[in-house]
Design a binder for this molecule. Structure first.
Ligand code: IVH
Length: 677
């Protein structure tokens, strides 16, 4: 073997990385309070593995690479795992997946493609459940993989965990079964829990995983029982006692015993299918009600698993193909207080730019005054930032242990940063508001909204351009859009004749518009797409709306007190009357509410069968209706789309007979999200 020269810096770095990993392991596993993102931890761990592979002479018996973190918390008894609970190696790319699969083929001396099982890597807490004669006997956390904590009493409170195996399924109950799976909290459950903690002045959990861990490691199981914990099974440490030759068959047996198996598990005959499934899972992950941080890929056949074996840390027959990280740490440079179109003041953190999932994040919302106070945020603070899907990036938590004393406190303003009007806090509301309707910031935001995607969607009039129009004085209220002319537009910096012409054409195009769409675009407080539709059905003209009083609004089905008050305030404002008059002079023509034709699912009739993963059946039906479609309860020729969820049954057969188009849940999601931001 060729000896490498070791530079002192690398030796120092190796020790440093070990020290860091120990520190973060303790934060994560013992305190349930990590201060770096999983992605950053993975990077650190990778660095350690690389350094140790390069310099075997610095191997050390107590390196964190030998175990997977964790220690027994005070108050719980330790349990020695009969079969060690291994971890998984991580991969991050298609290239790594391909080399994983090639390595397996080399190891097994085969050129045949391997059959894999893929499972979502639900981000919760790994647990072991020991069943004796079919009865739940003991449950424990993973701990360091060899020794965990006895949390039997707590696990028994998780309703998804069977206390006794179902024995009427034609399978013999083994004497002893070591079941493994993931305990987790739904996103909804996590938010509810945090809301409650907020009301009670308790510290909030950073994410569902920590909330699940915190809930399971309650010494008082009665507290655990009040937390909506959930569970998916994914394996057994002694599968030889069951009639299953591979992972897929094993999951079937487990599900017959009464364990919940993720409906997203799939067998893949070819590696290319795994790659496809990865993309699919990535696409739907944000629509699931629980956090999934990757895909676990397992060789299906137990015979092959046994031949492949495992290293000290992880099996060779499985990997975790992680999704790009959604969190990162960075520093707060400043806080901007933004006034929205309804006057709500939102604190926004301006950050040292940091890349998350391929996008550079420079700003993140701090939500509201209370949230800011609760976090005790200061300028110069290190913070954990999250960007998940299309959601606006948010500051998840402050890392006060990284303060150096130079941080400065931040005051929430008492008057509007734009118009100086005193800010108001209405009791029971989280929002701090500027209540001056004529505040320039609010007007500007209303104009941006009116021209934007949720409004008239005027091409060429994005946020920046609208701001420019306001700045230059060409537009002051929404009616002004209808009186723009080519000359002044073309002479704006960066415009020119062509862009002026295009924008004018886009505006002209929208002057004839369904009433509901127009009402929605006005950005009236509490009036979204649905309410706008209701209004358009009840009023045939803007005139009618301006003449209605609060009582009249309130009598309409689907319009509550708050909305009625907001509508009255808007439509009785003389400024609004003038603006509407000018819009009409400018050519605004409202089309009657027969606008269903405009809606993307108009004329289509959906039938749902089987269970959906991303949303409830009710939500799915609501979505269809909101987009102008109809929902049928029985299969008939009238149906245009059959959406088949998991375990879809007899209706599918009938639908096939009638040759109706079948959609997977994924197809459906793509269909209803088409055209959304
Ligand atoms: S298999 C020997 N399957 O990922 C195989 N793990 O880093 C070990 N996890 O501790 C685990 N979903 O907490 C497996 N379908 C799945 C999983 C899964 C989530 C977690 C589990 C484990 C960690 C591995």
């Amino acid at each position: 073997m060729s000896r490498q020269t070791v530079t002192p810096e690398e030796k120092v770095r190796l020790e440093e990385v070990r020290r860091l990993i120990r520190y973060h392991d303790h934060r994560y596993y013992v305190l349930d309070d990590p201060v770096i993102s999983d992605g950053e931890y993975d990077q650190l761990f990778n660095e350690l593995l690389i350094l140790e592979a390069r310099y075997p002479e610095f191997a050390s018996v107590d390196s964190p690479s030998h175990h997977i973190g964790g220690a027994v918390a005070e108050g719980f008894t330790a349990v020695q795992h009969v079969h060690p609970m291994l971890s998984l190696d991580n991969i991050f790319s298609i290239a790594e997946f391909r080399s994983f699969q090639e390595k397996l083929q080399r190891f097994l001396h085969t050129k045949q493609p391997l059959r894999f099982m893929i499972e979502p890597k639900v981000d919760g807490l790994a647990v072991e459940l020991v069943y004796r004669q079919g009865v739940l006997h003991a449950g424990s956390t993973r701990g360091d993989g060899l020794v965990g904590e006895n949390i039997t009493a707590q696990l028994k409170t998780v309703k998804a965990i069977p206390l006794r195996l179902q024995d009427d399924q034609g399978f013999t109950i083994p004497d002893e079964l070591y079941v493994r799976g993931e305990v987790f909290l739904s996103k909804q459950g996590f938010h509810r829990l945090n809301q409650l903690r907020h009301q009670q002045g308790e510290a909030l959990f950073a994410n569902p995983r920590n909330a699940a861990a915190g809930s399971l490691r309650q010494l008082d199981p009665r507290i655990t029982s009040r937390r909506p914990l959930d569970f998916f099974v994914y394996g057994v440490a002694n599968p030889e006692v069951l009639p299953a030759e591979g992972q897929e068959a094993l999951l079937t047996v487990l599900s017959r015993f009464g364990f919940p198996v993720s409906p997203l598990v799939k067998g893949c005959a070819l590696p290319a299918e795994v790659e496809q499934q990865y993309q699919q899972m990535l696409a739907i992950r944000h629509t699931l009600d629980y956090e999934v941080d990757g895909l676990v890929v397992k060789v299906d056949a137990f015979a092959l698993q046994r031949r492949l074996g495992h290293t000290a840390r992880a099996p060779r027959w499985a990997v975790a193909w992680k999704f790009p990280a959604t969190q990162a740490t960075t520093i707060i440079k400043a806080v901007d207080f933004q006034v929205g179109r309804t006057g709500v003041v939102t604190p926004v953190a301006l950050l040292a730019p940091v890349e998350i999932d391929g996008v550079v994040v420079k700003r993140a919302t701090l939500h509201n005054q209370d949230e800011m106070a609760r976090k005790d945020l200061r300028l110069g603070d290190s913070v954990l930032v999250q960007r998940a899907g299309d959601v606006i990036p948010e500051v998840i938590k402050v890392l006060p242990e990284l303060r150096n004393g130079a941080e400065q406190s931040i005051e929430f303003p008492i008057s509007c940063p734009e118009c100086g009007h005193p800010l108001v806090r209405i009791q029971g509301e989280a929002a701090t508001r500027c209540v001056n309707n004529h505040c320039r910031a609010q007007q500007r935001q209303r104009l941006i909204y009116f021209a934007g995607k949720s409004g008239l969607d005027l091409e060429g009039l994005g946020k920046k351009n609208v701001e420019q129009l306001v700045q230059s004085g060409l537009v002051g209220d929404i009616a002004d859009f209808f009186f723009l002319s080519a000359g002044p537009l073309a002479s704006l910096e960066g415009w020119g004749e062509k862009s002026a012409r295009n924008v004018l054409a886009a505006i002209e195009n929208r002057k004839k518009i369904p009433m509901a769409r127009f009402l929605g675009a006005l950005g009236i407080r509490h009036v979204g797409e649905v309410t706008a539709g209701v209004l358009a059905e009840h009023f045939s003209s803007l005139q009618g709306l301006m003449e209605a009083d609060e009582e009249q609004f309130r009598r309409i089905d689907g319009i509550g007190e708050q909305v009625a008050a907001s509508l009255t305030m808007f439509f009785q404002d003389p400024h609004v009357h003038r603006m509407i008059e000018r819009l009409q002079e400018g050519g605004l023509t409202l089309l009657p509410s027969g606008n269903k034709q405009e809606q993307p699912l108009a004329g289509r009739v959906f039938l749902f069968t089987g269970s959906l993963q991303a949303m409830s059946r009710e939500e799915a039906k609501r979505l269809v209706k909101a987009k102008g479609g109809q929902v049928a309860a029985t299969v008939s020729e009238r149906v245009t789309d059959v959406v088949a969820g998991e375990k879809a049954g007899g209706k599918i057969k009938k639908a096939r007979e009638l040759q109706l188009p079948l959609l997977s849940e994924m197809d459906f999601l793509q269909l209803v999200s088409a055209g959304e931001e």
